[in-house]
Design a protein around this ligand. Structure first.
Ligand code: PNW
Length: 658
C-alpha cells in the first residue's frame, strides 16, 4: 500500500523534474569540453578564457538589469575571537576541540580573525562593488547561554552593520549558521522541541528588534539539511551524534534527524511570526523580509530513458529539498516524504501548518553540484528509494555494490560513464552549472513562477591552492573564474530565458575560511587568507574578475537607460538629417524599452549589439564596432556617458561621418 501511494506521488513528480530538466539542461549541462581547470568556457561557439570574456553575454541583456551580486561568510567560519567580547561556547567550539573530530585538528578559535579585522574585510567588499553581503550572527556572541543578552555582542554587530550601510552594501543576515550555544545543546538542543522552539523564537525576535532598523533581509536557517543530517545521521558535524558507535558516543541516525527537522521547521515558523509582528509600518523591523536558505545537489536520472530513475531523482529532490521548502509554501511536508517516513516524522499541528504556510518572502538556494539518482527497482519502494552516485567511477567505490545490485535487479545498462560535472578537489563538488538552472526551474515550477529566488551560495574550492604551492599559482584561480562564470550564466539564463524570478547571486565566499570538518584545507575564497603569515588577505584572480563583471553589468544597464534618455533629448533638439535618423532610432529604442528586452538592442554584447543595431538602422558602419573590442572597453565607453561627460551617440555620428 505504502509503495503504491508513493509511486503515485512520485509519478507526477518525475514529470515535473523532467520539464525543469528540459529548461535547464538542454544547453549547459557539462562545460562543453573546454578545459575547465585552465579557466576556459564556451562562448560564441568556442572555448575562451572566462577571465578574458569577463561577463556571460546573458548578463548584459537588459532584462538582467537589477540582478544583484554579493559574497558570503558565516560567523564561526571567519570571526574567531571565540572567547572575546563575552561570547559563550557553541557546539562547534566543543566539537572542534574534541580530539579526532576534525582530522586536521583545526578550530575556529581564530579563523580569519574577522572579529578584529572586519574593517579591512569590508574594504575588500567595497572594492569588489557588491551590493549585498551575506553573513550570520553568532547566537552565542549575542546570547552566551542562548537566552541572556550580551550587550557587547550586540555592539559588535551594530558596528558591522553601520559600516556596511556606510558603504552602501545591504546586509543579508542569517540567524543560525550552525553555531548553537552549547548551553542549549546541553538541554537537548534541536531534539528538545519544547525547549528549543521558544528559545530560538526569543533569539530571533530580539535580533529583529535590535537590528531591524539596519537589516532588512533575514534568513532564519542556513541549510537545515546539512546541519541536521550531517550532524545527526552521519555524525561528522557538531554536535556529532549518530548510531555508529565507533564515530559517535551518542545518537540515533534513524530517529533524531527527522525529529530535529520538525523542530527546526516549527522554530522557523515562530520566528517568522515574530518578524511579521515587527515588520509592519512603524514597526521596529519595518519592511523586513525573511526566508530560509536550503541546499540541494540536483538529482539527475542516471538513465534518462528509465521512468523509475526520474522518480528516484524526484524523490531525492522532494526528500532533501522539498522536506524543508514545501512546508514554507504549502504548509506541510511533501506527500512522498510523509508516506516514506511513517511515524518517524512528527506531523505538524493545524496551528503550525498555518504559521508555516507563506512563511518565506524569498527562496534562498545554495546550489553547488549534482548527483545521479537511480532506482534499484522498477517501481520506487519506500524503504529503498534508490542510490546516488557521481560517476561510474563510483561503481568501484562505496556505492559500488548498490549500483551493481541495481543493474542486476533492473537489467539496466551501465550507469553514466561521464562524471556528473567537472571534478574538483573536494570529492563532492563537481562543477555542473546546468544543475543550477534546472534547480531554479524546478523551484519555479513547484512554488510558482513569481517566487523570488536568491542564489544565496555557489562556490568552488580551488584546484591549485594548497599551502604547498607557490603563491603565484595559488592566486591564479582560473578554475574558480570558469566555475563562477558558468554558474552566474546559468542563473541569469534561468532569469532572462526561462522567466524564473531569480534576483541575485551570492558567492561563497569572500575569504578562505574554516571549512567545517575539513578545517582550513579547502579554500573557497575570492581572497586568499595566509594562515601561516599573519592572516594576510591576498585577492585572487577571481576577485578582480568579479570586480570587472560587476562594473560591466552596472555600466551596461545604466548605460542603456542613459542612452534612451539622451537620444530622446537629442531628437527633440535637432532638425538635421542625422537627427531624423536619431529620432527614428529613439522611437525604436522606446518601443523596445517598452518590451523590456530593450536598449540591449543597441548596447548588448558584441556581435548581438552590432547585429541588432544594424537592424534598427542606428548603426550600419557607425561605430558600434568600437564598443565590441572587449567588455572592459565597453564599460569604459559607457561609464562617462552616465555622468554626461561623453556621448557615444555623438561618437557614433562622427565615426559614421568619417
Ligand atoms: C555550505 N552539498 O555547505 C555552507 O553553507 C557553508 O558554510 C560551507 O562553507 C559551504 O557550503 C562550502 O562547503 C554545503 O553537498 C555543504 O551540496 C554541502 C553541500 C552544499 C553546501
Amino acid at each position: 500500500m505504502l509503495s503504491v501511494g508513493l509511486f503515485a506521488a512520485l509519478s507526477a513528480g518525475g514529470d515535473a523534474l523532467r520539464s525543469a530538466w528540459r529548461a535547464g539542461l538542454a544547453e549547459s549541462w557539462q562545460v562543453h569540453g573546454c578545459d575547465f581547470a585552465s579557466g576556459l568556457v564556451f562562448v560564441d561557439g568556442r572555448c575562451q578564457r572566462a577571465a578574458d570574456v569577463v561577463s556571460p553575454p546573458e548578463l548584459l541583456d537588459a532584462s538582467a538589469a537589477g540582478f544583484a551580486f554579493g559574497v558570503a561568510t558565516s560567523a564561526y567560519q571567519v570571526e574567531g575571537g571565540v572567547r572575546e567580547g563575552g561570547r559563550g561556547p557553541s557546539i562547534w567550539d566543543t566539537f572542534s576541540h574534541t580530539p579526532g573530530r576534525i582530522p586536521s585538528g583545526d578550530t575556529g578559535d581564530v579563523a580569519c580573525d574577522h572579529f578584529h579585522r572586519f574593517e579591512e574585510d569590508f574594504a575588500l567588499l567595497a572594492a569588489l562593488g557588491v551590493s549585498t553581503y551575506r553573513m550570520s550572527i553568532a547566537w552565542p556572541r549575542v546570547m552566551p547561554d542562548g537566552r541572556a543578552i550580551n550587550r557587547e555582542g550586540l555592539r559588535f554587530y551594530h558596528a558591522l552593520f553601520d559600516r556596511l550601510l556606510e558603504l552602501g552594501i545591504e546586509p543579508l543576515v542569517t540567524l543560525y549558521h550552525w553555531d548553537l550555544p552549547q548551553a542549549l545543546e546541553d538541554e537537548g538542543g534541536w531534539r528538545n522541541k519544547s525547549m528549543i522552539v521558544p528559545a530560538f523564537s526569543r533569539y530571533a525576535a530580539a535580533m529583529f528588534t535590535e537590528f531591524g532598523p539596519k537589516v532588512k533581509v533575514w534568513t532564519t536557517f542556513n541549510e537545515p539539511a546539512t546541519f541536521v543530517f550531517i550532524a545527526s545521521d552521519l555524525g561528522i558535524h557538531a554536535p556529532g551524534r549518530c548510531s555508529h558507535r565507533e564515530i559517535c558516543a551518542e545518537g540515533d541516525s534513524l530517529r533524531e534527524p527527522l525529529l530535529i527537522a520538525h523542530s527546526v521547521l516549527v522554530a522557523h515558523a515562530h520566528a517568522v511570526a515574530a518578524l511579521r509582528e515587527q515588520s509592519g509600518a512603524g514597526g521596529t523591523c519595518e519592511r523586513c523580509r525573511v526566508g530560509m536558505v536550503n541546499c540541494i545537489k540536483l538529482a539527475a536520472p542516471m538513465n534518462a530513458s528509465r521512468d523509475a530513475d526520474w522518480q528516484a531523482a524526484q524523490w531525492r529532490m522532494e526528500s532533501e529539498l522539498g522536506i524543508w521548502t514545501d512546508p514554507l509554501y504549502f504548509g506541510d511536508y511533501p506527500r512522498s516524504v510523509v508516506l516514506a517516513s511513517g511515524d518517524l516524522l512528527p506531523p505538524f499541528s493545524a496551528e503550525e501548518r498555518s504559521l508555516l504556510k507563506g512563511s518565506a518572502d524569498y527562496f534562498g538556494l545554495n546550489l553547488y553540484t549534482a548527483q545521479f539518482a537511480a532506482a534499484r527497482f522498477s517501481r520506487p519502494n519506500a524503504a529503498d528509494m534508490g542510490v546516488m552516485a557521481t560517476s561510474s567511477a563510483e561503481l568501484n567505490g562505496e556505492e559500488g555494490d548498490l549500483i551493481a545490485q541495481w543493474r542486476e535487479t533492473t537489467g539496466a545498462a551501465a550507469g553514466p560513464r561521464e562524471p556528473v560535472g567537472e571534478p574538483g578537489p573536494t570529492g563532492w563538488l563537481f562543477a555542473a552549472p546546468g544543475a543550477l538552472r534546472t534547480t531554479l526551474n524546478w523551484v519555479a515550477q513547484r512554488y510558482g513562477q513569481r517566487t523570488e529566488v536568491i542564489v544565496t551560495e555557489a562556490g568552488w574550492a580551488g584546484m591549485r591552492e594548497s599551502s604547498e604551492l607557490p603563491l603565484r599559482i595559488a592566486l591564479d584561480d582560473q578554475d574558480r573564474i570558469a566555475f563562477l562564470f558558468e554558474y552566474v550564466r546559468a542563473a541569469v539564463q534561468a532569469r532572462v530565458v526561462d522567466g524564473v524570478n531569480v534576483s541575485g547571486f551570492v558567492i561563497w565566499s569572500l575569504l578562505d575560511n574554516f571549512e567545517w570538518n575539513n578545517g582550513f584545507g579547502q579554500r573557497f575564497g575570492l581572497v586568499r587568507v595566509q594562515y601561516d603569515d599573519g592572516l594576510r588577505r591576498l585577492p585572487k584572480a577571481s576577485f578582480s574578475w568579479l570586480q570587472r563583471l560587476i562594473s560591466n553589468a552596472t555600466a551596461q544597464h545604466t548605460g542603456a537607460r542613459a542612452l534612451l534618455r539622451r537620444t530622446a533629448q537629442r531628437a527633440d533638439q535637432s532638425t538635421s538629417a542625422q537627427a531624423r535618423t536619431l529620432r527614428a532610432s529613439t522611437a525604436m529604442l522606446g518601443a523596445l524599452a517598452l518590451g523590456t528586452t530593450v536598449a540591449a538592442a543597441a548596447l548588448s554584447v558584441r556581435r548581438a549589439a552590432r547585429r541588432r543595431a544594424v537592424a534598427m538602422g542606428v548603426a550600419d558602419g557607425v561605430g558600434v564596432a568600437e564598443w565590441s573590442d572587449g567588455d572592459e572597453q565597453l564599460a569604459r565607453g559607457l561609464l562617462p556617458m552616465c555622468d554626461g561627460t561623453d556621448d557615444p551617440l555623438e561618437r557614433m555620428r562622427h565615426s559614421g561621418a568619417d
